[in-house]
Design a protein around this ligand. Structure first.
Ligand code: BDR
Ligand code: CA
Length: 310
């Protein structure tokens, strides 16, 4: 069983990532930490609590993290996720309490106390992870792996930059240069994980409060992806990271060198991926390139079905 901490900014696809982790026995979700990203951190934290409540994850701690990027001004993604960061489903205000500890301290404490068996799964800007590495560098060799959603050879926030990396590229630079084993799910991969209307139909047929919640998330998310990018389905980016933790054989990868651009005029926040090895630098990232559609969606449906039988 793989121990994971999801560091997230829910976020429609972050919510689905949490649900996937919450029901698959191959991962142990030891905590959720939140960060500003799709919306301000107060909102992403409430959203994380709501997801926990609907999923019955009452014992999973939710620790609130950074409200601003390390250096830059805050940016949010209301055009994609709505003002709340998770518009669409109408859920009651959560009764579950926020953990009594900052996300950065939660991450540090858990890692220091571990045997080096915790995987970090950041699905938002990398602010908390970078802050934890700076506050307590002794955690760095304790991290088993970082499995993150971010970057790619194309951008969705600028032509060069993906949202999570763009929002806090300085934090991304700290993480990518940390020496920790990294697996990256960038847009090239996550755009292949599109929940189409057919997939939505399959989820609908599960016919349970959790699957209904997912359908409502996907309906909103599909609509904004259609309006903003002209897509026919909603890419559930962040869920890919959790799917990898559960079954890495769903994806194919290449080990490549990746640098983070923090100075470019047009390219701030770009993940500069050395596809042809022109830098001669050692690969620092396991870059996910392709996915097995059948296996991926089978896992999603199977896991969501578990909630209806719990
Ligand atoms: C990433 O940005 C957010 O909008 C999504 O939750 C995902 O983590 C995609 O660029
Ligand atoms: Ca996210």
């Amino acid at each position: 069983v793989k121990k994971i901490i999801i560091d997230c900014d829910p976020g429609h696809d972050d919510a689905i990532a949490i649900l996937l982790a919450g029901a698959d026995p191959r991962v142990d979700l030891i905590g959720i930490t939140t960060v500003a990203g799709n919306a301000e951190v107060d909102k992403t934290t409430v959203n994380a609590l709501k997801v926990c409540e609907i999923a019955g994850l009452m014992d999973t701690p939710v620790a609130k993290g950074a409200s601003l990027p390390l250096v830059r001004k805050r940016e949010t993604a209301a055009d994609i996720h709505g003002d709340s960061g998770m518009d669409g489903p109408l859920l009651p205000m959560p009764t579950k309490a926020i953990a009594d500890e900052h996300a950065v301290d939660f991450i540090i404490r858990e890692l220091l106390a571990s045997d080096g068996d915790i995987t970090l799964v950041p699905t938002g800007p990398l602010t908390n992870i970078a802050m934890a590495m700076r506050k307590e560098p002794a955690i760095i060799p304790k991290i088993r792996e970082i499995v993150l959603m971010g970057g790619g050879t194309l951008g969705n926030w600028t032509p060069a930059a993906e949202f999570n990396i763009f929002v806090d590229a300085e934090a991304a630079k700290v993480v990518f240069e940390s020496g920790v084993p990294l697996t990256m799910f960038g847009l090239d991969l996550t755009h292949k994980a599109q929940a189409t209307p057919e997939i939505q139909e399959r989820i609908k047929r599960i016919n349970h409060s959790v699957s209904d919640f997912v359908v409502e998330l996907l309906q909103f998310f599909m609509q904004t992806y259609k309006e903003v990018f002209g897509f026919e389905g909603a890419p559930i980016h962040d869920a890919c990271c959790v799917a990898y933790c559960i079954d890495p054989s769903i994806f194919t990868y290449r080990k490549l060198h990746v640098d983070i651009e923090t100075k470019g005029e047009y390219s701030y926040g770009m993940t500069v991926i050395d596809m042809l090895g022109v830098t001669g630098k050692e690969p620092n990232v396991n870059v996910a390139l392709d996915l097995d559609q059948d296996k991926f969606w089978e896992l999603m449906i199977e896991t969501l079905t578990k909630y209806s039988k719990a």
